[in-house]
Structures are given as C-alpha cells and as structure tokens.
Design a protein around this ligand. Structure first.
Ligand SMILES: [Zn+2]
Length: 419
C-alpha cells in the first residue's frame, strides 16, 4: 500500500495500468505454457530425492516424520524446533505440505521443508553434528488491486448480484461485513442500485494464489451512496473510513448475521405472532437456519446468559459506552461464553434456534441504549477508530488517488493496479 501512496497520481497511474495490461496478457500466455500439474500425495522426484507429503485428515507431524525413517529422538527435536522457532504446533489437513530431501534414495532425510501457507516456508536442515537448524522463508508476493462492479436487478439480493459481477465469495463476505455497519440489506436493496468493490489479488511467480483485502467499497443505498476505504495509519494499523475520513467501523453492527433477511422490524406496537395480541417488538428478527453462528455485534462483556419464556436462550452483552445488545431464541450457547466473558466484535456467542416464544428459527436482536430499546436498523451508532488530523490529511490524499484509480479501472475493467 505504501507504494501506491507514493506514486499514484493519475498520469503515472494511467501509464502503469496500460503497461500492466500488456504484462497481464504476457503472464496469461506464460501461465498457459508453463502450467504445472498439481502436487499429489507422496510424489517422489527421483532426480533430487525429494518427496512431498500433503497432510490429510488424521495425520500427525510425528506420524509423518516416523514414516520417513526418522528416529524418535530426531522427531522430538524437530517437533520442539518447529514449535519454538516457527510457531508451528500442529498440521492442517489438505492445506499443509511437507517436503523431505535426501542425498540419495536410500540416504536418511537431511532437509525438511514445512509449507504452512503459500507465503511461508520453514526449512529444517540437519547439520553434521546431527542437530536440526530452522530457517523461515517468507515467499515474495505481488499484489494487484482488481475492480468489480454490478447492479441489483429486480428480485435480486446483493449476494446474487455480487456473484454475477464476478466478486469472489470470500470478498463478498468481507463486503457484507463492512456494509452491515451502514446498511439494512432487507430494506436498503432495490433494483437499479449500483455497487463496486476494489480488492487485492495475491500472486506468486505470476500465478494467482489467493485474494487479499477489500480496499474500497461503494454502494448506492437508499440513504445515499455509502463508500468505505481501507487505509493504513502512520502507526501501521489499518481500518476502514468513509469519504471524509470518519471511522466506517461502528461500535455495533445493525445486522449481526450477514445476509440474513429481516422478517420482523422494530416497532412499538405489533401483533405478536405467538401471543396473538398487540405488543411492542423491541428488536429486529433476522431469518436464519437453526445452528447458524451468531456473532457479537460489537466488542464488550457478557452481562447475562440464560433462559426465559419469551426470549428462550439468550445472551446480553454490555459494550463500551451506553450500549447493550441482546440475542434471543438461541438453540445453544457457544461454549466458553459465560457471564463476565469479554467478547470481540464478530466472535460467535451462540447459535440460531427457536427457543422461547418463537414461530421458527430466527435471531431476535435488540439494542439497548441508556436502558431504552432502540431500533437497531436506524439508531445512530458511534464510530470507532476515527483518524487524527495528521492521518486524516494523509487519508484524503490517498482517497483521491484511489478514486482516480477506481475511475480508470471502471472504464477499463480488465486492468488492474500493482500495489
Ligand atoms: Zn423478535
């Protein structure tokens, strides 16, 4: 990101983007030519005496090492070294790979490469004295900013429109997370609304490996255009900010569960679906399947956890300042979440259910401000992580450059910006 800030003015950017479009074509051709077969389990490369093990379910590090002929003493040393020097304590099935290198087919293993992510390799080499030296290598990545835009059609959801626009599911989930601070996906989504997202794609040696962060989002909501930008502050921390540089991340989320439809709104009078008579509805109901994780709407401390005949299983959280939130009708609580537990924003506290007075599985969500129930979808929520003056000035410069880049990419959808 630092580089972008330095060289991103419109002229330079235009040149970069055009140059990169040419490069992209070359890279695409190169990839077609050099397309490699995927690594499979226990592939032996006879020239270098290298074998690769892809970790599968049930594998343990010591089990894998033992199969390679390493002694128990060596295994203990390797396990300890990996833990102490590389922070590796376990293996993940279908993700981690381990390479074993020998001087000859029948020789003992003298080098082990653990690959816990596409961006990191941990090399263990056996020295002459027989002890294992550990060396961590970070794989260089090149990151590109890619732009996608779409429009909501009649009867569409934002999710469907986003998929149609070619936004990857993981990025779309992040966009939901961000917009949930500002939007009500039930009532704010209409045919004809436009949206766009600028996000990172990470490449290694010319091949795409994964997606990175969402850099900018724009959505034409009913209340006006919502824009959010990711920005790195001088102290190195990153956050999302609106066009003016105000913190876009609010202390609470209006819709804790992404993409959940509102089935009943906040009202001071409504006919209760179970009781049959008119009674205030002090929260918002979101439809979701039984077992759907319920994330805490904001950081805070659990002040109540229990059961009552109306709410069924419920959790109440006190947040910083004057806000509390309540989550009702849970099928079960998340283990480890108890009265007094400090929770982070987004941390699962329980699971959707239909306990208490409920006609079907849903989350009943309340926000209580200074002891009074307020409408979660409209209450003004305090922003967290606002910028100081120096950072705000930097942000506004950066935002302008990013907007210029976005404008260019919107007219040239197959191009990208190198970050
Ligand atoms: Zn309700």
């Amino acid at each position: 990101m630092k580089k972008v800030k330095e060289y991103m003015n419109t002229n330079v950017l235009t040149k970069i983007v055009i140059a990169l479009a040419v490069l992209l074509t070359l890279v695409a051709l190169f990839l077609v030519i050099t397309h490699r077969a995927p690594v499979s389990r226990d592939v032996v490369d006879s020239d270098t005496c290298k074998s690769v093990v892809v970790v599968t379910s049930g594998d343990t590090l010591s089990g894998i090492l033992s199969k390679q002929g390493l002694s128990n003493n060596q295994i203990n040393e390797i396990v300890k070294t990996l833990k102490a020097q590389a922070g590796i304590t376990g293996l993940r099935a279908d993700r981690d790979k381990i390479e074993f290198v020998r001087a000859a087919d029948s020789a003992p293993v003298n080098k082990i490469v653990v690959i816990p992510s596409p961006w990191r390799q941990v090399e263990l080499t056996c020295d002459k004295a027989g002890s294992w030296q550990c060396n961590t290598i970070d794989i260089e990545r090149d990151t590109r900013a890619v732009y996608k835009s779409g429009v909501i059609l009649d009867g569409d959801s934002f999710y469907l429109a986003g998929m149609r626009a070619g936004i990857p599911a993981g990025i779309l989930a992040d966009v939901y997370d961000l917009l949930a601070f500002e939007m009500d996906f039930e009532r704010d989504v209409r045919a004809g609304q436009k949206f766009s997202v600028l996000y990172e794609e990470n490449f290694s040696s010319g091949s795409k490996v994964d997606n990175g962060n969402v850099l900018a989002v724009s959505f034409d909501a009913l209340r006006g255009n919502v824009k959010m930008y990711r920005f790195k502050k001088k102290d190195g921390t990153t956050g999302y900010y609106d066009e003016k540089g105000n913190g876009a991340i609010k202390s609470l989320k209006r819709t804790p569960i992404n993409n959940a439809k509102v089935t009943s709104s906040f009202s001071t009078r409504r006919k209760h679906p179970v009781l049959g008579f008119t009674r205030a509805h002090k929260g918002v109901d979101f439809r979701a399947a039984t077992g759907t994780p319920i994330p805490a709407a904001g950081a805070g401390r659990v002040v109540k956890k229990g059961y009552n005949s109306g709410h069924g299983n419920f959790v109440r959280i006190r947040h910083n300042g004057s806000f509390e939130t309540l989550y009702a009708h849970m099928s079960k609580f998340k283990s480890g979440v108890n009265v007094g537990t400090a929770v982070k924003q987004g941390q699962t506290i329980g699971f959707v259910g239909s306990t208490g007075l409920s006609t079907g599985p849903h989350l009943h969500y309340e926000i209580i401000k200074d002891g009074h129930h307020v409408n979660p979808l409209t209450v003004k929520l305090p922003a967290i992580n606002n910028l100081d003056d120096a950072n705000k000035t930097k942000f506004l410069e950066y935002r302008k450059a990013l907007d210029d880049g976005i404008e260019y990419l919107s007219e040239h959808p197959n191009m990208f910006i190198v970050l």
